[in-house]
Ligand binder design. Structure first.
Ligand SMILES: Nc1nc2c(ncn2[C@@H]2O[C@H](COP(=O)(O)OP(=O)(O)OP(=O)(O)O)[C@@H](O)[C@H]2O)c(=O)[nH]1
Ligand SMILES: [Mg+2]
Length: 231
């Protein structure tokens, strides 16, 4: 039990030890895109499973995390929610380095946020990593009557730029969990196929002890029951 004698540092260290023991992997994620697209609401919906009422513009960067089960692996997503406003650009850019995955968000009711996608994409690939796994999220799917960007147009853009694509609603929760899980699953697949190397500096991926224990097991002793994926 934690007492008030525990310092913040002690608590942080206990968390680190717990993470290392329980987790297979830790992935660094970014949420990027124009101001007002709904990035903070998407993160809030993913972590708290509710809509964030009265969301204000993010100042700089906010942080959230959640442990998920993907393909039988326990993965902690460490998510940096960045400010879309231009005046914070130099601050937010400094958080990109070494991210393994990103949600690139636009608002389906705002062509302006859609037109800015190419710039966000260039930033992500040059500042985070060329191998970063990105999912394009057309948010505010619930506001279909005010739509300015069609599903078809955005899915073509996604295809041309090798992005995964989903339309989401941080308000109803539709496709929100899917967006994060799809990205995590894609990263895991790339680790398994050897396309991504978690040992590479700045990969945005860390091993937890759980996968290290499995790696150390002699061949033939790894007959585990295959867990059901929840995505
Ligand atoms: N109808 C609807 N409104 C949404 C949705 N997601 C966000 N909003 C609204 O859009 C506005 C902006 O949402 P935020 O999440 O703060 O936007 P942001 O992308 O974080 O903006 P910055 O932090 O400035 O970059 C808020 O008024 C939200 O209530 C959605 O899925 N549907
Ligand atoms: Mg925000």
């Amino acid at each position: 039990m934690l007492t008030r004698h525990h310092t913040h540092t002690q608590v942080a260290i206990s968390q680190l030890i717990w993470d290392r023991w329980q987790l297979d992997f830790l992935f660094k994620f970014l949420v990027i895109g124009s101001a007002g697209a709904g990035k903070s609401c998407l993160l809030h919906q993913f972590i708290e499973t509710k809509f964030k009422q009265d969301s204000n513009h993010t100042i700089g960067v906010e942080f959230g995390s959640r442990v998920v089960n993907v393909g039988g692996k326990t993965v902690k997503l460490q998510i940096w929610d960045t400010a879309g406003q231009e005046r914070f650009r130099s601050v937010t850019r400094s958080y990109y380095r070494g991210a393994a995955g990103a949600l690139l968000v636009y608002d389906i009711t705002s062509r302006e946020t859609y037109n800015a996608l190419t710039n966000w994409l260039t930033d992500a690939r040059t500042l985070a990593s060329p191998n970063i796994v990105i999912i394009l999220c057309g948010n505010k799917k619930d506001l279909d009557a005010d739509r300015e960007v069609t599903f078809l147009e955005a899915s073509r853009f996604a295809q041309e730029n090798e992005l995964m694509f989903l339309e989401t609603s941080a308000l109803t929760g539709e496709n929100v969990e899917e967006a994060f899980l799809k990205t995590a699953r894609n990263i895991l697949n790339k680790i398994e196929s050897g396309e991504l190397d978690p040992e590479r500096m700045g990969s945005g991926i860390q091993y937890g002890d759980s996968s290290l224990r499995q790696l150390r097991q002699p061949r033939g002793s790894t007959a585990q029951t295959k867990q059901q994926c929840n995505c």
